[in-house]
Design a protein around this ligand. Structure first.
Ligand code: AMP
Ligand code: MN
Ligand code: MN
Ligand code: MN
Length: 275
């Protein structure tokens, strides 16, 4: 029985392991099929694929696209994408520009809040990879002004806080379209994490399905039983295939360890059933 993990991050975005280290660790944890789904970039995929060949693991080319729906930030994981597909590649290039400009605005906001030179330090932490709020949070922890990344998010980087800036992400339906056109399948990421009412969450899932979405993360990030139950109900109600992913970022800060995912409810069709 292959073990799947369809959501993970490397240093190409805000993970702490290089793609080859992530793959080695996943293989050691008994995962046989791993999707590397960095935020808005496919830059880590070639290195991950080379490492996967060495470890006898199947690397599923993926990406986690930042989108918006009704003004909420919503993430869509595309699996089995073709990273060279021009439509998808152009959209991801535009997202890199969006992130670069956003980082400049976050740094200005933080500067007003008493954090000088945040952009330079944060850029260094992000390296060649996509710059994210996680990197700003890491910088602030290193500066000694907060103890944990989580605390920085709560105090500075979330809506209403001094370092938060609104961002114009692409529409959810457009991201689904790019993923589908590149030959991939779109999965609604961690549905439990959006601050939505139960009704709005169902409307989100309905809209996602109508837009051409294929799957939904049922086991996502936390692995908490109540989340699995709610996500499973959305999968059944809207005819979405079930996915499972750790959303692994690092060994220090992770909700789920690589290779330790709870099983999907047995009545659901896993997205990999037709692979
Ligand atoms: P960004 O895509 O730049 O807005 O950054 C979002 C990333 O920040 C997510 O993918 C998580 O890795 C991380 N993140 C978001 N909220 C929190 C939080 N409350 N605590 C720790 N990390 C978070
Ligand atoms: Mn992240
Ligand atoms: Mn996400
Ligand atoms: Mn993620």
């Amino acid at each position: 029985m292959p073990e799947f993990d369809l959501h993970s991050h490397s240093t190409a975005s805000d993970g702490t392991l290089a793609p080859r280290e992530l793959v080695a660790q996943a293989a050691a944890a008994g995962i046989s099929r791993l999707a590397l789904s960095d935020h808005d970039t496919t830059q880590g995929l070639p290195e991950a694929a080379a490492a996967a060949a060495e470890h006898g693991l199947e690397l599923i080319p993926a990406v986690e696209v930042s989108t918006q729906w009704r003004g909420h930030s919503v993430h869509v994981v595309g699996v089995h994408i073709d990273p060279d597909h021009e439509g998808l590649a152009a959209a991801l290039r535009a997202l890199r520009d969006t992130r670069t400009q956003r980082a400049e605005r976050i740094a200005e906001a933080l500067e007003r809040g008493g954090f000088p030179n945040a952009l330079e330090a944060t850029r260094k932490l992000a390296g060649d990879g996509m710059i994210t709020r996680t990197h700003f949070a890491q910088h602030i922890v290193q500066s000694g002004r907060a103890k944990t990344v989580k605390a920085v998010f709560e105090r500075f980087l979330t809506p209403g806080k001094p370092g938060y800036v609104a961002t114009c992400w692409p529409e959810l339906a457009d991201a689904v379209d790019w993923i589908n056109r590149s030959g991939g399948q779109a999965i609604l990421a961690h549905p439990q994490r959006y601050k939505l009412s139960a009704t709005a969450r169902r409307e989100l899932a309905a809209h996602f399905k109508e837009a051409g979405g294929t799957g939904i993360e049922v086991v996502a990030g936390t692995g908490h039983a109540p989340d699995i139950k709610t996500n499973a109900e959305l999968a059944r109600r809207f005819g979405l295939l079930a996915s499972a992913g750790s959303d692994f970022h690092s060994n220090e800060h992770c909700w789920l360890k690589l290779g330790r995912l709870p099983a999907l409810p047995p009545d659901l069709i896993p997205i990999w059933a037709r692979w």
